[in-house]
Design a protein around this ligand. Structure first.
Ligand code: ADP
Ligand code: MG
Length: 866
């Protein structure tokens, strides 16, 4: 994995890994105690997040109540009793922790002059501010894991390199020889000027420091005054006679687009004291420079930059990994801004007026930038933020554009004089709280196994112990081992020279020493051999370990991949489960709907069936009723027909009787008239041909029609071989043994008249027997003519009745029979003797019909065989 060395300021958003999480700028408020000379207090802390401003009495009167009480809320408010330690705990400690975990931070104090910015940032003796406390916490956390000096070396492009051990050593030697600065003190030896700034009792430490990394701290200290940047740590020869004004620095952008002060001194420091000493040196220089530039310190911004370089140890856990890409640099900027008051408040004259304007210009730009940022973030606009308009904003551009943690301590002096300025400060602070900065992401871990440093240390200890056992340390640090060693050498001869001519002692001594030297050489050789052997064994083990570690790493990678796949699958399963639940739910609903529909269907079918049944029932009822009605109709029709017939017959008889009576009367009248001329002459029957009235003197009224047929019937032609008769003799007739019997030649004899016979003939005669009034049987020959009816049937028109009568001479005769004829005798005859009925039945009946007899026959179609 290739990682870019981090620059002075955080990376740009385009470069940083995707991070959507943002935090608002943390704004804290610190209220300093009222000065001894000030009386009126216009600020009240009403909760640990809110303060209330009261307009001072004078202002209230002047502005006519325009200045009301106003409240301002912050992430936290620190009242006058807040100690430096408490403030550090809340405000700076998280930033230091971030720094150690490779995250950038920016902390600045803002407020009018005299509000306690410098007190908050730097502090005073016995009450160290955020800066010394931050340094102390950093060193407390990383000092066991610090790299040797000059292992990390800043390049001049805001990057950090790792030097090899030899170069680092050479640099260290050079430093030792050049300066009188003592090496990193093992005990704290502190400049009395700032000794009390760093209290050891309140020492705090960051958690989770990576022990397998090496750390180095670098500090820079710059001052921005009048929009110029000055390096406060630059080593310059100050000519006491003709001091040169300090040279300003320029801002540059590194390859990661982070802003940095080009050519700025970065001092590697190894302890809190050393770091604070460097800071103090900068402070002194600042004072001198300010005198040279005729500037008050409250008019300039000071920026103290703490850079922490960290790189993983190599696989042995012995040295820093020689890989620039593995170096991580995080930085914490502690900024003490210039007083925020307006020009009018400064006693500006001449050249100072320009200066004051510029101070305001820097802070104005800061305000504008915050305003635009806020607007962009809140309204989704994309206005250009004018970072470049001032050095301060330009330097910190990446904090707002990129990622990091930004915190601001707003310092306020509750005195009445500051009221109006404090109001402005509050407004700026409120606005700043609404700006959000991307949260820095955790740095990726390096590929080496953890616990390398400890293993290496344990190994070194073990090696020393073994060497001691062998009595081999060469440094002579262990006196017992040295003594043992000395005893193993051949003893030295007496080395006292007896006189100037003693040439025995020295050569003997030389010889003995040479011997010893030889032994020593041999021992060294043996030691080296053993050491080499040990080294190779160790190297082998190391490589074994390394390969195992690699293997473990590989497995870990695989595990990670598997985990990822598992997670993906889990997600997928979750998704599918959700989907299936959804579908189940839908199915449930559909099932319910289906059930409802089915029930509906069932009930409808049921209803349909019942209705059909009812319909069936009603239909059969109707049919039954129809049949019954038909029967009733037929019955009543028949009855009425019969009734009508009976009545007609009765009427006819009545009429005929009347006619007969009249006839008789007429005859009697005639007889009376003609009595004189033809005496004793019996009344004769009138000729049938003459008057066409049947002459019936002694017969009961006969149903002979009174006139010729008036119906327009077609008469059969007589031309074809004379008349042909249908001789109708009912089988019920009694043979009377009479002499005179009609004998009709060429006739068709029938028992009952039939269609066939009638169609062949044109005359018809019925031999009819009936009981006469005197009790004798009387035979009537009822004659008629056969007509073809319009409908194709046959009809008989009765034209004549011949009555044949037998008389018993012994029986008393009745002269007047007419009186005996009446309804009684008629009814006595019975149905079967009724001529008309019989004829009707015989003649007019339609062939094959069940219906009763009738006088007319209509629509008869003679059935012909095909
Ligand atoms: P600034 O830097 O804002 O101009 P200073 O930090 O120089 O203000 O403070 C002005 C004076 O007020 C100093 O003498 C400082 O000791 C004192 N002072 C400021 N804040 C406090 C505080 N919280 N407690 C005690 N004294 C304070
Ligand atoms: Mg100050």
């Amino acid at each position: 994995m290739i990682r870019q060395a981090k620059g002075k300021t955080p990376r740009r958003p385009a470069k940083k890994p995707s991070n959507n999480q943002k935090d608002p700028v943390g704004v804290y408020c610190r209220v300093r105690p009222l000065g001894a000379e000030d009386e009126e207090c216009c600020i009240e802390v009403i909760s640990n997040t809110t303060i209330q401003l009261h307009a001072p009495d004078g202002l209230k009167a002047n502005r006519n109540g325009e200045f009301k009480e106003t409240q301002y809320s912050f992430k936290k408010v620190f009242g006058i009793k807040t100690t430096q330690g408490e403030l550090f705990e809340d405000v700076a400690k998280p930033l230091v922790e971030d720094l150690i975990h490779c995250k950038n931070g920016l902390l600045f104090t803002y407020g009018v002059t005299g509000s306690g910015k410098t007190y908050t940032m730097t502090g005073s003796p016995g009450q160290g501010g955020l800066l010394p406390r931050s340094l102390d916490m950093i060193f407390n956390s990383i000092s066991p894991y610090q790299a040797k000096r000059y292992v990390f070396k800043p390049d001049d492009k805001n990057g950090m390199e790792v030097q090899n051990q030899v170069d680092a050593l050479l640099d260290r030697q050079k430093r030792d020889s050049q300066t009188t600065v003592p090496k990193t003190p093992t005990t704290r030896r502190i400049d009395p000027e700032f000794a009390d700034m760093i209290s050891q009792e309140e020492a705090c430490k960051a958690d989770g420091v990576d022990e397998d990394s090496s750390y180095s701290v670098f500090v820079s200290y710059i001052e921005i005054y009048n929009n110029y940047i000055y390096d406060l740590l630059e080593e310059t020869h100050i000519d006491p006679i003709k001091p040169k004004p300090p040279q300003s620095k320029i801002l540059r952008e590194d390859q990661n687009h982070n802003m940095y002060v080009a050519g700025c001194t970065e001092v590697e420091v190894k302890s809190t004291e050393e770091a604070f000493e460097v800071f103090w040196r900068g402070q002194k220089k600042r004072r001198i420079a300010n005198t040279q530039l005729n500037c008050e310190s409250s008019r300039s911004h000071s920026v103290f930059i703490i850079k922490l370089a960290q790189a993983p140890l190599d696989a042995d856990g012995d040295n820093v990994l020689q890989d620039k890409n593995q170096v991580n640099v995080s930085q914490l900027c502690l900024v003490d801004l210039a007083g925020s008051e307006r020009t009018s408040r400064t006693r500006a004259e001449g050249s100072r007026l320009r200066e004051a304007g510029n101070i305001n210009q820097s802070l104005m730009t800061l305000r504008t930038c915050i305003e635009v940022l806020r607007e962009n973030q809140m309204c989704g606009t994309n206005k250009m933020v004018p970072y470049r308009d001032s050095k301060v904003t330009h330097l910190f551009k990446n904090y707002f554009d990129g990622e990091g943690k930004v915190r601001m301590v707003v310092c306020v002096n509750p005195k009445a004089d500051d009221y109006e300025e404090t109001l402005l400060v509050m407004r700026f602070a409120e606005m700043t709280q609404e700006v959000e900065v991307a949260r820095p992401v955790d740095r990726p871990i390096c590929g080496f196994a953890a616990g390398r440093r400890q293993r290496n240390q344990a190994f070194k200890e073990e090696l020393t112990r073994r060497l001691e056992e062998r009595g081999g340390p060469l440094d002579g640090e262990s006196p017992t081992v040295l003594n043992q060693l000395l005893q193993s050498f051949p003893p030295l001869p007496p080395c006292e020279i007896s006189g100037p001519n003693d040439d025995v002692t020295l050569p003997r001594l030389i010889e003995a020493l040479e011997k010893r030297h030889k032994i020593r050489q041999m021992m060294i050789e043996e030691y080296n051999k053993t050491a080499n052997m040990l080294k190779s064994v160790l190297q082998e083990q190391d490589s074994n370990l390394l390969s195992k570690e690699n293997f473990i790493q590989e497995q870990r990678g695989k595990l990670g991949e598997k985990d990822k796949t598992l997670q993906n699958q889990k997600n997928e399963i979750d998704r599918l489960e959700k989907k299936s639940k959804m579908l189940e739910y839908k199915i449930d609903i559909l099932q319910k709907t289906t059930n409802i529909y089915e029930e509906d269907k069932r009930s409808l079918q049921h209803e349909l069936e019942s209705r059909e049944q009812r319909l069936q029932r009603e239909m059969s009822d109707k049919r039954r009723m129809e049949a019954r009605m038909q029967g009733i109709v037929t019955d009543s029709k028949l009855k009425w027909e019969k009734e009508c017939e009976r009545r007609v017959n009765a009427k006819q008889l009545e009429m005929q009787n009347k006619l007969w009576v009249k006839d008789e009367k007429l005859k009697q009248l005639k007889a009376i008239v003609t009595e004189g001329k033809t005496e004793n002459r019996q009344p004769q029957r009138p000729s049938r041909e003459k008057d066409k009235v049947p002459a019936k003197r002694s017969a009961s009224p006969s149903p002979v029609p009174t006139g010729p047929p008036i119906r327009p019937l077609h008469r059969r032609s007589h031309s074809a071989g004379g008349e042909r008769w249908v001789d109708h003799k009912p089988t019920t007739n009694v043979d009377l043994d009479t002499v005179l019997q009609p004998n009709i030649p060429n006739s068709i004899k029938v028992n009952a008249p039939n269609e066939k016979a009638l169609s062949k003939c044109d005359k018809y005669v019925l031999t009819h027997q009936e009981l006469a009034s005197d009790g004798e049987i009387q035979t009537k020959l009822i004659k008629g003519e056969v007509f073809k009816t319009r409908g194709g049937g046959q009809a008989v028109q009765f034209t004549d009745i011949e009555t044949l009568k037998q008389e018993n001479p012994l029986a008393p005769s009745r002269k007047r029979r007419s009186s005996e004829t009446g309804p009684d005798s008629e009814s006595n005859e019975g149905d079967w003797t009724d001529v008309q009925t019989r004829c009707s039945v015989a003649v007019e009946m339609r062939a094959g019909s069940n219906l009763g007899p009738g006088y007319q026959h209509h629509g008869y179609q003679k059935r012909r065989k095909p």
